[in-house]
Design a protein around this ligand. Sequence first.
Ligand SMILES: [Zn+2]
Length: 474
Amino acid sequence: MAEITPRSQDFSRWYLDVVRRAELADYSPVKGCMVIRPYGYAIWELLQQALDSRIKATGHVNAYFPLFIPNSLLTKEAEHVEGFSPQVAYVTHAGGEELEEKLVVRPTSEAIIGTMYANWVQSWRDLPILINQWANVVRWEKKTYPFLRTTEFLWQEGHTAHETEQEAEDETLKILDLYADVCESVLAMPVVKGKKTESEKFAGALRTYSIEALMGDGRALQAGTSHNLGQNFAKAFEIKFQARDKSVQYVWGTSWGVTTRLVGGMIMVHGDDGGLVLPPNIAPYQVVIVPIGRDNWRETVLPKAQEIQAQLRAAGLRVTLDERDERPGWKFAEWELRGVPLRLEIGPKDIEKSAVLVARRDSREKQSLPMDGLADRLRDLLADVQKSLLSRAKQFRDEHTQRTTSYDEFKQIMEGRPGFVIAPWCGHAECEAHIKGETQATIRNMPLGSSNPGGTCVRCDAPAVAEAWFAKAY
Ligand SMILES: [Zn+2]
């Protein structure tokens, strides 16, 4: 197998090597679009299930809206169209003729869903509407990167409509918590929840909240967003209802989404020079069994290996058995590259002792475990791997998060060892743009619950209004 570029040598190269060599995704004949291969798609499906069950448990239902949006609908909300127009792909011809009105390939679905909601909502009794959709969207990107930024990507987008501003705000924050929970408990990826600045918010939203994670190279990744749309889209799309006091009012909207980008984030948080390191909760295979033995291993070892596989599967673990005619060492490297959390080695001696050798992918520790009660022991080990990955990622983030009130120091940090920098900020977009121009660092968010640090802005003399988390970002 070809080598993977070491992380320390070239992080970006390392990432691309891992994505291709672990067979997560491949480039496609369409520039900027990727093919998600079965192993990568299995990860996405597990993530989808984790999100979908939580989305439904909080009272939402799934629906599906069309891929094409009439151009006139997209242009109804002025800020929205301005924000998205550089990235929009249009269909101008179909059925052998030029269309009377060109169609937009959805970059997001506020316009089409808002149009439908206007028909569906008449009275306060019709509210709230809590709908989610699983879909693909297209945003024409100049520079693409597998999973993190692709022209077409998969996501879920929630679109809700409420009677009051407070309800919409509660919904926006409830989903932010849901996203943070999935990132931490499933992907073992710690995130910072906070509010975006005006210049970084979603086009057309009142407020945008995000979760931000730190990747292994010290760059931040926006891992999900939740928007309080206020009444902006309701006014643009005429989503009105008769309120309890008989007055006619506009609904309060939210929208929120996470994408296949989360898969890329998970790779960058946990992977090492051996390849992928998958948290057990997202691993398509939590355990791989590799039979060890001489030429006759198919007779001596395989039956026992198959029996163990069946037992573990019956116990609810995701298990695969590598029966290929390759050397065990070759198989070890391959499953290490694919990030399987636990590897079970079974040879004739293990069978004699009624034991198996278990190797952890995260720490590379090995131990012998008795076959008796194996499923329970493995379940405990998997839980421990999951926990260790989260605490390791938290430790890395904490070690790469610094506070400063000095702009000189701020610039030094951004030039040297990157990560999050927490600094007081004046709230002015020009100042934010200036910092970005000089250091490439942007305000990732202003964490929920953080208070005004007082004093002056890290860059200018204006009084600080918020504590901002800065980083260079993907
Ligand atoms: Zn300032």
